[in-house]
Write a protein that binds this ligand. Structure first.
Ligand code: CS2
Length: 485
C-alpha cells in the first residue's frame, strides 16, 4: 500500500513539489473558515499559507465542515495537508498546503466551533457556504454558528473580528452582516448591538476556477507526490481576491499575499458575476442541452463562443462606469481561462443551484438592460435555456439532473403541458428568481420566443453564427424594445 501524505512523509516529497517552508507546529490558529471545501482550499487557504511562509505565524486555519465529516475524514490522517494541482495546457504544478491545521465538523461538535470562534487568537473568519447558505437560519446554519461564536467571544471579552464572505453574491458582506444581525437579535438584542459595533463584514470578490475533485486528480497527485492524497484539489492558474478595506480592529496583512484592498468592491463583484459567472451559467445550460460535458468543450463550439462574446458586450453595457473600461480585457482573459484544456470543468457542476445563481448572474443584466433600452437578447436566451434545462431532457432526449433547492417546484412548472408562453409565464412567477418580472408581458413573450426556438431546433441551432439568438431577431436585439410594445 502506498504511504499517505502527512507531516511524516513531507520531507521525502519529490523536489518539484512545493511545500510549506515554515514550521507548522509554531503557527497559531488565527482564521476560522466555515464551509471547508475545494474552493477555500485552492483560494483563501493559499493566501494564509503565503502569510505563514512569509514568517507571520498568526494565520493558520481552522476549517469547519457544516454538514458532513468527509473533509475531516480525508485530511485528518494527513495532518491537514493536501495538494493543489495547478493546471493548464503546459502541465501541472503541485503544491502541498500547510495552512489548514485543524478540521472541525460542526454537527458533531458545535461547541468546538463556537470555542474556536471565541478564542483569543482568532482574528478573522472566512466563509464559503454557497449562495443558498445565506438563506439558512438556526443554530446549525453558518450564521447561527457565527452568532453563537460571537456571543461567546463577547462574553470572553476578546473583542470583535472581521468576517469575510467568499461566495458569489452581490454585496456578499452587507448581506451576511444583515443575516448575522437578525440571527443575533433573536438570541439577544444586546448581542446584535455589539455586532454592529465590533464586527465588520467587508464585501469581497473571489475568483478562481476550481472544479470538483475526480479520481484522475487523485491518481495524478499520487504519481507526483509519491504518496497518496485522499482529497487533492485541481485549479486553474488564475486567482484573484478583492476585499473591501473595512475591518474590525487591526487590518489583516492580506495585501502582502496578493489580495487587493479597495474602497468599493461592488463594481468588481458586478463585473465578475455578469461576465464570468453569467457566461459559465449560460454555457452550462446551453451546453448541457447540446450534450456537451465541460466548459472547454462548450467554448470550443463556434456558436457558443460567439454567443458568450455577445453576452459579454450586452452585460458590459450594464456595468458601473468605473470597471467598464476593464471589461474587454477581463473578457479576453476569460476566453483563455474557459478554454483551459486541462481543467475538465463539468457543466453540470456549474448548472447546480440555478435558482440561487441566476438572479445576480443573468436576471439582473436582463432586466437592467431592458429598462435602459439596451440590447439584451443574450441574457434572454440564457434564461430561456435554464427554463428548458429545468424540464430535464437534453436536445437528444437524454435525462438531465436538476440539483437545486427549488428542484421539485421548478421541474413541475417547466414540464407542465402547454406551449412555450405558458411555461414561461409559470416559471417567471417564481419570485425567488425573477422578483416581479412576471408582470412584464413583453418580457414573457420574448422569453417564450426564445424557449420555443430552443425546443424546436435545439440549443446550438438556436444561435446564429454571430452569436445572436435566431428566434429573437426582432424585439430583444434592437436598441429600443419598448417602441413597438
Ligand atoms: C461557477 C463558479 O460553479 C459555478 O457556479 O460559475 O464556481 C466559478 O467557477 C467561480 O466563481 C470562478 O471564480
Amino acid at each position: 500500500m502506498t504511504d499517505r501524505l502527512s507531516e511524516r512523509t513531507l520531507a521525502a516529497l519529490p523536489a518539484d513539489v512545493a511545500r510549506p517552508a515554515y514550521a507548522r507546529r509554531a503557527t497559531r490558529l488565527g482564521v476560522v473558515h466555515l464551509g471547508v471545501g475545494n474552493f477555500h482550499r485552492a483560494h483563501q487557504a493559499l493566501v494564509f499559507d503565503d502569510l505563514l511562509a512569509a514568517g507571520d505565524a498568526r494565520w493558520a486555519v481552522s476549517g469547519v465542515s457544516l454538514r458532513r465529516p468527509a473533509m475531516r475524514d480525508a485530511l485528518a490522517p494527513q495532518d491537514g495537508l493536501y495538494s493543489v494541482l495547478t493546471r493548464d495546457g503546459a502541465g501541472t504544478r503541485v503544491r502541498v498546503v500547510g495552512a489548514l491545521r485543524e478540521l472541525l465538523v460542526a454537527p458533531e461538535a458545535p461547541s468546538a466551533v463556537i470555542a474556536r470562534l471565541a478564542a483569543a487568537d482568532t482574528r478573522l473568519v472566512t466563509l464559503t457556504v454557497t449562495e443558498k447558505g445565506y438563506d439558512e437560519t438556526g443554530p446549525a446554519s453558518a450564521v447561527g454558528l457565527l452568532a453563537a461564536g460571537l456571543a461567546a467571544r463577547r462574553a470572553a471579552g476578546h473583542g470583535g473580528l472581521s468576517v469575510l464572505s467568499c461566495d458569489n453574491l452581490s454585496h456578499n458582506g452587507a448581506r451576511l452582516q444583515a443575516r448575522l444581525r437578525a440571527e443575533a437579535a433573536a438570541i439577544d438584542p444586546a448581542l446584535a448591538d455589539w455586532i454592529d459595533r465590533a464586527v465588520a463584514c467587508p464585501d469581497t470578490m473571489v475568483d478562481r476556477i476550481v472544479p470538483a475533485t475526480v479520481d484522475t486528480d487523485r491518481e495524478e497527485a499520487a504519481r507526483r507526490l509519491g504518496v497518496a492524497d485522499a482529497w487533492p484539489v485541481a485549479a486553474e492558474p488564475f486567482t484573484q481576491w478583492v476585499v473591501e478595506r473595512r475591518f474590525a480592529g487591526e487590518a489583516p496583512p492580506l495585501e502582502a499575499a496578493g489580495v487587493e484592498l479597495v474602497d468599493d468592491v461592488a463594481p468588481w463583484e458586478a463585473m465578475k458575476l455578469r461576465l464570468l459567472n453569467a457566461a459559465h451559467s449560460s454555457l452550462a445550460y446551453l451546453g448541457a442541452l447540446a450534450g456537451l460535458p465541460t466548459v472547454d468543450a462548450a467554448i470550443a463550439e463556434p456558436r457558443l463562443r460567439a454567443f458568450v462574446e455577445r453576452l459579454w458586450r450586452q452585460a458590459t453595457a450594464t456595468l458601473p462606469a468605473s470597471v467598464r473600461a476593464q471589461a474587454p480585457g477581463y473578457a479576453a482573459r476569460l476566453l483563455e481561462r474557459f478554454a483551459n484544456p486541462a481543467l475538465r470543468h463539468r457543466l453540470l457542476q456549474i448548472a447546480m443551484d440555478g435558482s440561487r445563481k441566476l438572479p445576480q448572474r443573468l436576471v439582473a443584466t436582463l432586466l437592467e438592460a431592458r429598462r435602459a433600452g439596451q440590447p439584451h437578447d443574450a441574457p434572454l436566451l440564457a434564461v430561456a435555456a435554464w427554463m428548458q434545462f429545468c424540464a430535464g431532457r437534453d436536445d437528444a432526449g437524454r435525462e438531465l439532473p436538476l440539483d437545486d433547492p427549488l428542484a421539485a417546484r421548478l421541474r413541475t412548472l417547466a414540464r407542465a403541458p402547454g406551449d412555450a408562453l405558458q411555461t414561461v409565464r409559470a416559471v417567471l412567477a417564481v419570485e425567488e428568481v425573477f422578483g416581479d418580472a412576471a408582470a412584464d408581458a413583453t418580457l414573457a413573450q420574448a422569453l417564450a420566443d426564445a424557449l420555443d426556438g430552443l425546443r424546436r431546433t435545439g440549443a446550438l441551432a438556436a444561435i446564429g453564427p454571430d452569436g445572436a439568438p435566431v428566434a429573437l431577431s426582432s424585439a430583444a436585439s434592437r436598441r429600443r424594445p419598448d417602441t413597438n410594445d
